[in-house]
Write a protein that binds this ligand. Sequence first.
Ligand SMILES: Cc1cc2nc3c(=O)[nH]c(=O)nc-3n(C[C@H](O)[C@H](O)[C@H](O)COP(=O)(O)OP(=O)(O)OC[C@H]3O[C@@H](n4cnc5c(N)ncnc54)[C@H](O)[C@@H]3O)c2cc1C
Length: 390
Amino acid sequence: MSEPKDPDQRRSTAQLAAELLSDELLERFRRRAAEYDAENRFFTEDLQELQELGYLKLFCRTDSGLELASAAQRRLATAAPATALAINMHLVWTGVARLLLERGDASLHFVLDEAAAGEIFAFGNSEAGNDSVLFDSTTLAEPAGDGGYRFTGRKIFTSLSPAWTRLGVFGKDASSAEPQLVHGFIDRRSSGYQVFNDWDTLGMRASQSNTTLLEGVLVPAERIFRKLPVGPNRDPLIFAIFACFETLIASVYAGIGERAVQLAVLAAQRRHSQKNDAVLASDPLVRQRVARAALLMDGIYPQLAAVARDIDQRVDRGAQWFASLVGLKIRSTEAAREVVDLAIKVGGGASYFTGSELARLYRDVLAGQFHPSSEDSALNTIATAWLGPA
Ligand SMILES: Cc1cc2nc3c(=O)[nH]c(=O)nc-3n(C[C@H](O)[C@H](O)[C@H](O)COP(=O)(O)OP(=O)(O)OC[C@H]3O[C@@H](n4cnc5c(N)ncnc54)[C@H](O)[C@@H]3O)c2cc1C
């Protein structure tokens, strides 16, 4: 990024994100997004371009943080939601490493070093039916005797499946009286795991979030980075994962909502009413729908920027931090869903064709509700922040 000509004139984060991801790049990605979706194919070409841009090294740079990553991911998602969602997983791990480092914990410094050297990190934490999410695991972590662990279990929805070179996983070591949750990174070159080819979903198809079967894969001692008790706890790793994950998930869905507003505007300007002999943009009902959609999104952008900036600046929101993070995720994913619905009403029957961008956004945006935190879990977190434990 070049320095501004007038040093007193600071560029907005949105401008910096636009410098990173040009309009031409977005158009290319948008065209390819339709192809990946139709062919249920991984975003290989997008990934290569993003790597060439140094996009996967955002958190390795000292001049950028979560605020820029969030703005950039929102921008990327306006063109290619599934690409942005999958790239999120790499950004989450590198963001976590960066957050911890800024708070005096260098235990994940190697993640930043390896990302700078071109490694791609994925997130292999989700397990079917595990509604404790990070606070318990159905995966077995068995001590290998030298500080390393062997992991056995089934991880679902592993985005970036075809491309990751490092997969973050966790499992439960129940070999002692006090079971522990053990976190480590698998090297793709290891044996003892399988990646299935089972990603055939309604939306977010390019993320290729296949199932990963861990069959005693060995993670050596130097790749084991945390051991935590089972159940909720206040380890900085948990805050760092929540902070990066919820903010970047919210950014992707904000990008989908933003694009839906743009498509609603284009449709209102393009469609013509035979009855009134006028463009739909002059119809009061259509105007209201577009205005409602724009209004819903309008509140998300500053909230997103404020949360990301406060994380970057280590602002102390005390007991409200987790409520802020889950609230942001729920508000963004829900608003985006409502906005895509409104845009489809404005777009009319044309948006019902499989090749329509709005049809794709309609399918992609549904995925927002499945990412942690679920609405139930988020409401529980927010209630605890305001009322104390039940
Ligand atoms: C697009 C997307 C990307 C994600 N990426 C990641 C990621 O990179 N890393 C990560 O850790 N988590 C990821 N998640 C997972 C997410 O965080 C949740 O854990 C996940 O949505 C499971 O939610 P659940 O507990 O409601 O699912 P559950 O219903 O408990 O589990 C889903 C299970 O349903 C099974 N299933 C049911 N019906 C079918 C069917 N017809 N065909 C195939 N399988 C079926 C699957 O095998 C799977 O095991 C992603 C989620 C989404 C939607």
